[in-house]
Design a protein. Structure first.
Length: 217
């Protein structure tokens, strides 16, 4: 057997050992890290997300870990994950703050003079859940038109209608219906990380549509 093949077999064997060791490591310290993540965010779905991201980073650095003070090592990784997570949230919030609109505030202004009843919320839930065939999509457009005429300013309604279905629905779910990231993840069958990135893109797309609407007036 050549020296290159021996080195390759040794490398693969080492990776297999590391994987087995890491699986045991994960089982041993999962609850510890999850409890620390909860202290950072006080929200179970977010804590789960942060915990898995921390272990993903730990797995990539596991071959360099000397196995001394594992809890301290994991807490340091988690700390970096939490910092990155909240910095990302700040960037998203900053993006939203840069827009010249606040969807929730505008709708609440309407609600001060016209209370939104349960039926109107049910209409909006049908809008975001009608996905798939052409008939459902057309029904969704008609329902949104009915709801939008009642609750949205003309510029907001037109701008939302100009978005892709995925972007419009995720904004309505988050900013109007008040779904949290976990709710949105289940409703649209996407990962929570995807929820955050898609919502950020949807907000930017909505800002662009509003700017375009105003420039055409």
């Amino acid at each position: 057997m050549s020296s290159d093949r021996r080195r390759e077999r040794k490398r693969l064997a080492s990776q297999a050992v590391d994987l087995t060791q890491f699986e045991q490591f994960y089982k041993q310290y999962y609850r510890f890290l999850k409890s620390n993540a909860l202290k950072s965010c006080h929200d179970a779905p977010t804590a789960e997300l942060l915990t898995h991201e921390a272990f993903a980073r730990a797995s990539r650095a596991f071959h360099r870990f000397d196995h001394q003070y594992p809890k301290a090592w994991l807490k340091q990784i988690l700390r970096n994950v939490v910092i990155d997570y909240y910095n990302k949230k700040k960037r998203e919030q900053a993006l939203f703050a840069q827009t010249d609109f606040d969807l929730v505030e505008k709708i609440h202004q309407h609600e001060e003079s016209q209370q939104q009843d349960v039926k109107d919320y049910e209409i909006l839930e049908k809008v975001i859940k009608n996905q798939g065939n052409k008939e459902q999509v057309e029904q969704s457009k008609a329902l949104f038109d009915t709801w939008g005429q009642k609750y949205l300013p003309a510029d907001m309604k037109a701008s939302l209608e100009a978005l892709s279905e995925a972007h419009r629905n995720i904004i309505l779910a988050r900013e109007v219906l008040g779904y949290n990231y976990s709710d949105i993840s289940v409703t649209f069958e996407i990962k929570e990380g995807t929820v955050m990135s898609r919502l950020s893109r949807a907000r930017k797309a909505l800002k662009d549509q509003l700017d375009e609407y105003k420039s055409n007036q």
